[in-house]
Design a protein around this ligand. Structure first.
Ligand SMILES: NC(=O)c1ccc[n+]([C@@H]2O[C@H](COP(=O)([O-])OP(=O)(O)OC[C@H]3O[C@@H](n4cnc5c(N)ncnc54)[C@H](OP(=O)(O)O)[C@@H]3O)[C@@H](O)[C@H]2O)c1
Length: 224
């Protein structure tokens, strides 16, 4: 069994979640509030190693009342600094890395960090194995907050249930895509979504979209 996985990011009109220099501040205050509400309704939030290295997020619930979710960092090579906010501030964080790094992780990261070792998989660690272990630890719902490479690995392996995205009236022209990976050809394979909700943000400029991933999660397209 694996937890329910929801991806949420805020992107530019050209589908970027960060510019070529890593700049990613795209959310208006209402969008940030929406994100914090979502955090409070999930058992855990998950990010990739680059997001921790570049943004050093706290991933806590601060803008609305609510419980802090468990934080999960996907870091196969232990590139994230042990002094990152996710490791040195409450609540507890789960660090998912390759099995061979377990001993090193135990000595390098603060005592409260719960380290999970999994085999290698596409893009770094085996994400399905990680999700199965997280389920066994009682985690039933995960909000994935990027970045693009982690989003791509999850969606391309059919591990995502819901995709939520806020579109900011901005264009970067290059940078990290919402789903950043080798891509599908579109003709024979692509991920099919079903639009569930459209919300014009209170700022009047951003649009929030919510999609369900259609089953089967990665659709081979039938020849006509
Ligand atoms: N606008 C938004 O909503 C938003 C949200 C979040 C992030 N961002 C931006 O996105 C950028 C970071 O995105 P990113 O795509 O470069 O990186 P990312 O997805 O945050 O992290 C990717 C890294 O995670 C590690 N990883 C381990 N196993 C993996 C697996 N199976 N699949 C994928 N990654 C795995 C890999 O590093 P190792 O090989 O070293 O393990 C990989 O390079 C930052 O600039 C951040 O500001 C924007």
């Amino acid at each position: 069994m694996i937890p329910r996985v929801t991806i949420f990011s805020t992107m530019t009109v050209d589908g970027r979640i960060a510019s070529k220099t890593g700049y990613s501040k795209l959310s208006c205050p209402h969008d940030l509030e929406r994100l914090h509400k979502l955090r409070a309704t999930h058992d855990a939030v998950m990010v990739g190693a680059n997001t921790v290295v570049i943004d050093d997020p706290r991933l806590t619930v601060r803008l609305v009342p609510g419980k802090n979710p468990t934080r999960i960092v996907i870091d196969s090579a232990l590139r994230t600094s042990p002094s990152s906010n996710v490791y040195r501030t409450p609540p507890p964080t789960i660090l998912v890395t390759l099995r061979e790094n377990l001993d090193r992780a135990a000595t390098e990261y603060p005592k409260g960090v719960n380290v999970i070792g999994v085999p290698a998989g596409p893009g770094g660690v085996d994400l399905r194995a990680a999700l199965e272990q997280l389920w066994r630890q009682g985690i039933r719902s995960i909000l994935v907050e990027g970045g693009g490479r982690l989003n791509w690995s999850l969606i391309s392996q059919g591990l995502v249930d819901t995709v939520k995205v806020t579109v900011s009236p901005t264009i970067f022209g290059a940078g990290t895509s919402f789903f950043h990976g080798e891509g599908f050809d579109g003709e024979s394979q692509r991920v099919k979504l079903r639009l569930e909700e459209v919300v014009l943000c209170r700022c009047g400029q951003e649009v929030h979209l919510s999609y369900k991933v259609v089953e089967p999660r990665i659709l081979p397209i039938q020849a006509e």
